[in-house]
Design a protein around this ligand. Structure first.
Ligand code: HSE
Length: 436
């Protein structure tokens, strides 16, 4: 049988990693698939000398459209990133009847509905395992391994850069800005770190997970996103005193009212396994009604971990490329005609617990006044921590953990507390999830 022909778009870190893994493990892969897989064409906007691809079998080009228009290519692997040129290339590849494998979470989260529709019309695969949590096979786990379950919720550390920064802040007591600089020097954070530290990258990934878990359309624009740039080492220390760690989580949960879809810093009990996932590593916790909690851990980025997912998608595609559509796993895990229009909840409607820190005057009656204000807004306090004033100071840090309540109520309560004469400045608020 002829080799399957792959066209590679992009020869950066992941493109080079993909070529390396496909070449190094060619024999192993052929034994699993029953056919050889060959990169027949590869494109990069600037071709520098590289040793991974064999020029006798791979034609190199600087025109990315050469790959998607090449009649020989069966599978186009998109690894250039971004969601403009990448979208044009992927749509053209689909129009030309080619299967697509991509590591591009922004592309899937933002343009997924259009891409999936075009792919369904053409009867081609669009695979995107590498788009979420790099090398962790979380798409396959949710779409296939957990297919018997009603998924109840997912909580994930799905951005390695942010997790590295929070881990370093906790371990070294360094400020966010200093650790961000260190992360940039180490090559973990981009020169413009906005996507990673403000949660946009995680929101792209969470959008995809929610769609797979609950059979809903990809709805990136409805994901609530809050970054980690305002987290202080002070709050990390207080959280630890209360038995929690601060992690940047993507959380999606099905409730009676709709689906929560949110990325934000979160206190989680330190005894949870996921609270101990440190550095650049990723982890995703999935709760199914039959299986209970399941945890997936691994490298969320990097050349070969990401290539591991890309190549697995190529293998899956080769195994099923000649099968009729109804013999394939649906691209988003649910049959097209069974997709649901469950509403996505606004953050104001979300129910969770809160860590609140405020600076209050150190005099009798202040704690009672603050507690009373929360009570009037129907907020129940779970725990209180009061720190001694520094010598010569008359203000104390007052830390409160609330029980679960609706976000709009906590917002009202915070406003009322900030209006008290005995409370100075803004109340710091971090959401708390027990993940039990
Ligand atoms: N920038 C991402 C992260 C890796 O830091 O996890 C690619 O998704």
């Amino acid at each position: 049988m002829d080799a399957v022909k792959v066209g590679l778009l992009g020869l950066g870190t992941v493109g080079t990693g993909t070529a390396t893994v496909l070449t190094r493990n060619a024999e192993e892969i052929q034994s699993r698939v029953g056919r050889a897989i060959e990169i027949s064409r590869a494109a990069s906007r600037s071709i520098t000398e590289q040793t991974v691809l064999n020029p006798s079998t791979t034609k190199l080009t600087t025109d990315l459209f050469d790959v998607v228009n090449d009649p020989e290519v069966d599978i186009v692997v998109e690894l250039i990133g971004g969601d403009t040129l990448a979208k044009d290339l992927v749509m053209k590849a689909i129009e030309n009847g080619k299967h697509v494998v991509t590591a591009n979470k922004a592309l899937i989260a933002v343009h997924g509905p259009e891409i999936m529709k075009a792919a369904a019309e053409q009867g081609v695969n669009v695979c995107y395992e590498a788009a979420v949590a790099g090398g962790i096979p979380i798409i396959k786990a949710i779409r296939e391994g957990l297919a018997a379950n009603k998924i109840q919720w997912i909580a994930g550390i799905i951005n390695g850069t942010g997790n590295f920064i929070l881990t370093e802040m906790r371990d070294k007591g360094s400020d966010f800005a200093d650790v961000l600089k260190e992360a940039q020097e180490l090559g973990y954070a981009e020169a413009d770190p906005t996507f990673d530290v403000e949660g946009i990258d995680a929101a792209h990934k969470l959008t995809i997970l929610a769609s797979l878990a609950f059979g809903i359309e990809l709805q990136f624009e409805k994901t609530y996103t809050e970054g980690i740039s305002k987290i202080t080492t002070e709050d990390m220390k207080y959280a630890e005193e209360l038995g929690y760690r601060i992690k940047h989580l993507g959380i999606t949960r099905k409730t009676d009212k709709g689906i929560e879809l949110r990325v934000h810093p979160t206190l989680i009990p330190e005894k949870r396994l996921i609270a101990n996932v440190d550095g650049v590593m990723n982890a995703v916790l999935v709760q199914g009604d039959a299986v209970g909690p399941t945890l997936y851990y691994g490298a969320g980025a990097g050349a070969e971990p990401t290539a591991s997912a890309v190549v697995a998608d190529i293998i899956d595609t080769v195994r099923t490329m000649d099968a009729p559509l109804n013999h394939k796993v649906p691209l988003l895990g649910f049959q097209n005609n069974a997709m649901r229009d469950t509403p996505i909840l606004d953050i104001e409607e979300v129910e969770t617990a809160y860590y609140l820190r405020m600076i209050a005057q150190d005099k009798p009656g202040v704690l009672a006044e603050v507690s009373d204000t929360f009570a009037k807004n129907s907020i129940s306090i779970e725990a209180v921590l009061q720190k001694e004033p520094a010598s010569g100071e008359s203000s104390v840090h007052l830390i409160m953990l609330t029980q679960k309540c609706i976000e709009s109520s906590v917002n009202q309560a915070i406003k009322a507390v900030e209006d008290l004469a005995s409370v100075k400045g803004d109340v710091v608020r971090i959401r708390v999830e027990h993940l039990g």
